[in-house]
Design a protein around this ligand. Structure first.
Ligand SMILES: Cc1cc2nc3c(=O)[nH]c(=O)nc-3n(C[C@H](O)[C@H](O)[C@H](O)COP(=O)(O)OP(=O)(O)OC[C@H]3O[C@@H](n4cnc5c(N)ncnc54)[C@H](O)[C@@H]3O)c2cc1C
Length: 336
């Protein structure tokens, strides 16, 4: 079913809770609805897909149509040996799907517990946390290509997944609407406890089980990240910078406790949160916005801020980090 809303307030549709408006929002729950919405006669001239709004910063009115998938079906498509193929529609809450997988004893998503947002957005930036990424479990992505007016399916390799990146942020950016995602989950245990304190937290809960891993991830996340209902934010505002190994090693020689993650022969990843913290900005406030006092990677709306105020703070953070370390940090958040 298609629902159309005009002159829409966006405050409750973005996790920063900035007060902007959109000309129009169209909700749909069947992929065939998109053939109608984008039929030649009524095609919106300017459109953007809105999931849960957890990775978007509105800096002005959106003078176009926000397309919002709201289909919430989860279906088992196939069982092949140890694997189960599960299809979830784009409007399913990501964490509801993780809870569903844990309740059904299916392994693969538990480390991605409590990441806010929709299933449809998960492949876009290849969401990741606690040593896991969505790409590890995505089998294929079903989408509607607007300019071709055609439904398409992309296999995992065709999605060009990388760190917080995919074809949906590159060649297909602004061209497709993801309608559902298929995941390959495992019936047999595949615990991934390599990241940080996860293993300790799981042990403290009585040992390695799917439920204990999910509970441990949720507890760690709740202790570190501000609740968006209380303090508007979009999680990590910046991506962890990927730099040449020689630059990483030079900095490591200067700052012994700096986290550094080798990626390849020539590249390594640095922790943007550590750089911001070390630059003295953790807890820094500027009017109605600030850098979170527990997690420097998170910029927060202290109440009533505009998207522009968040952007000004982000620029200041980028500048200070660049001056201190010579490293450029880029936003992970989509700025509109
Ligand atoms: C407190 C907090 C913690 C977070 N922690 C993490 C984390 O640990 N790891 C992580 O990776 N991210 C994290 N994020 C970011 C966020 O959860 C993810 O980016 C999530 O996938 C956003 O989902 P959404 O539905 O809200 O997408 P939106 O914010 O609505 O959209 C994000 C982007 O995806 C596009 N998009 C959304 N749905 C579709 C669709 N169906 N088809 C095509 N394009 C689409 C949008 O156009 C936009 O470009 C966090 C955010 C918050 C607020």
């Amino acid at each position: 079913m298609i629902k159309i809303w005009k002159e829409c307030p966006l405050r409750d549709l973005n996790s920063f809770h900035v007060e902007e408006h959109a000309d129009c929002i169209i909700e749909f729950d069947q992929k065939e609805d998109l053939d109608t919405i984008f039929a030649e006669a009524n095609e919106p001239s300017k459109w953007f897909v809105l999931g849960g709004g957890n990775n978007i910063l509105f800096t002005q009115r959106f003078d176009g149509t926000l397309i919002k998938p709201v289909g919430k079906a989860i279906t088992i498509k196939a069982q092949i040996d140890d694997s189960v193929i599960v299809e979830a529609e784009a409007g399913v809450e990501w964490d509801d799907l993780v809870e569903w997988s844990v309740s059904n004893n299916l392994w693969g998503m538990e480390n991605l517990s409590l990441i806010p947002g929709s299933v449809g957005a998960a492949p876009v930036q290849n969401i990741g946390a606690y040593g896991a990424e969505a790409k590890d479990v995505i089998e294929r992505v079903h989408c509607f290509n607007v300019s071709e007016r055609r439904h398409r399916t992309l296999g995992n390799a065709e999605c060009h997944f990388a760190y917080r990146d995919s074809i949906f942020k590159q060649a297909l950016k602004g061209k497709v609407i993801i309608t559902s995602v298929e995941f390959r989950l495992s019936k047999s245990p595949q615990p991934n406890l390599t990241y940080g304190d996860l293993s300790k937290e799981v042990e403290a809960r009585g040992g390695t089980s799917l439920r204990n891993i999910r509970d441990a991830v949720c507890a760690i996340r709740r202790s570190k990240l501000p609740d968006t209902a209380v303090l508007g934010n979009a999680g990590s505002f910046f991506k962890n910078p990927i730099v040449n190994k020689s630059i990483g090693e030079e900095l490591k020689a200067q700052y012994d406790n700096m986290p550094i993650y080798p990626l390849s022969e020539s590249k390594c990843k640095l922790a943007a949160g550590w750089l911001i913290d070390k630059a003295g900005l953790k807890g820094f406030r500027k009017g109605r916005v600030g850098v979170h006092d527990k997690q420097a990677l998170v910029l927060v709306n202290l109440g009533g801020a505009t998207g522009g105020e968040v952007i000004d703070l982000a620029h200041e953070v980028q500048l200070v980090v660049k001056e201190k370390f010579g490293i450029e940090i880029e936003p992970e958040v989509n700025i509109l």
